[in-house]
Design a protein around this ligand. Structure first.
Ligand code: C2E
Ligand code: CA
Ligand code: CA
Ligand code: CA
Length: 274
């Protein structure tokens, strides 16, 4: 038993070592990735329910590493988020998204911001400067944040969101329903858009609970005059249920996968999904 115990400890230690080493590698690689031009943005259409008009695109970052291949943001964003790398990466994302946006006829770009970026000192001034110095109207720039970003300092977040709104930025609450928002605070915050988390859309057909949550979010959003975007629409039956439920906007693989800037430009000019 003792031997087995020791063995287990060793296995555990080694896998810890392994994961720490991997982390460090990613961290090290990532800091060079921006300079070496290894990051890319892809754009996923956000469409209006009725005629599938493309009203915006969500920008999603990709790391094409010669060493590791395509690294998912789900892997490297949390690592970047634990260091100051997130700021450098985030600034690159803003600049790149703004450049692409300028080629589109009227759509907005929706950019993800991690909690640490959002809580950065003078976040508002920073974003305003980057967006407006490029000559882009904040009305075409949507800031996507999660509940986590705003709910541990509600007062400060409310102030930041208020200022951003005053400057004309669009604000979306991402992965809505998975965090800790209270309805009281939702009302206080200046929000343009609620994004229903993919897990609810996915569960809709199977579980009464998920369907009920989706319906509630749609009603809440409508009652408060917000756009509601359902994420992760993968099937035609999800599309139909969401339309029936009155969901105003849709995003997901069934409609369109994230695409490169060139394909997004073509689609932006077409204006509608075929
Ligand atoms: P998210 O903000 O919730 O983004 C939606 C994710 O769902 C994207 O994954 C997208 O490709 C994927 N997706 C879209 N439609 C479907 C669908 O129909 N089915 C399924 N199964 N998935 C779908 P992605 O690009 O891997 O991004 C993962 C996460 O990484 C994002 O989740 C976001 O939290 C983060 N992220 C991505 N780009 C950035 C960025 O530029 N900055 C920051 N801070 N975070 C980012
Ligand atoms: Ca998002
Ligand atoms: Ca999301
Ligand atoms: Ca998510």
């Amino acid at each position: 038993a003792k031997r087995q115990g020791r063995g287990m400890v060793r296995v555990f230690d080694e896998s810890m070592d392994e994961s720490i080493r991997f982390r460090r590698q990613i961290e090290g690689g990532l800091s060079g990735a921006i300079a070496k031009g290894e990051l890319r943005l892809v754009y996923q259409p956000i469409v209006a329910r009725d005629r599938l008009e493309v009203i915006g695109f969500e920008a999603l970052v990709r790391w094409c590493s010669p060493e590791y291949g395509m690294v998912s943001p789900a892997m490297f964003i949390p690592i970047a988020e634990e260091s100051n790398l997130i700021h450098e990466l985030g600034d690159w994302v803003i600049d790149e998204a703004v450049k692409t946006l300028q080629t589109w006829p009227g759509q907005y770009v929706s950019v993800n911001f991690s909690p640490r970026q959002f809580r950065r000192h003078n976040f508002v001034g920073h974003v305003v400067e980057r967006v407006t110095s490029a000559g882009v109207s904040p009305k075409r720039f949507q800031i996507e944040i999660t509940e986590t970003a705003i709910f541990d300092d509600v007062e400060r977040a409310a102030e930041t969101l208020f200022k951003l709104r005053q400057m004309g930025f669009r604000i979306a609450l991402d992965d809505f329903g998975t965090g800790y928002s209270s309805l009281y605070n939702i009302r206080r915050f200046a929000l343009d858009c609620l994004k229903i988390d993919r897990s609810f859309v996915d569960g809709m057909a199977r579980e009464r609970e998920s369907a009920a949550i989706v319906h509630s979010i749609i009603h809440l959003g409508r009652a408060l005059g917000m756009e509601v975007v359902a994420e992760g629409v993968e099937t035609i039956s999800q599309l139909q249920s969401l339309r029936l439920a009155g969901c105003s906007h849709l995003q997901g693989y069934y409609l369109a996968r994230p695409m490169d800037a060139e394909a997004a430009l073509t689609l932006a000019h077409a204006g509608f999904l075929a």
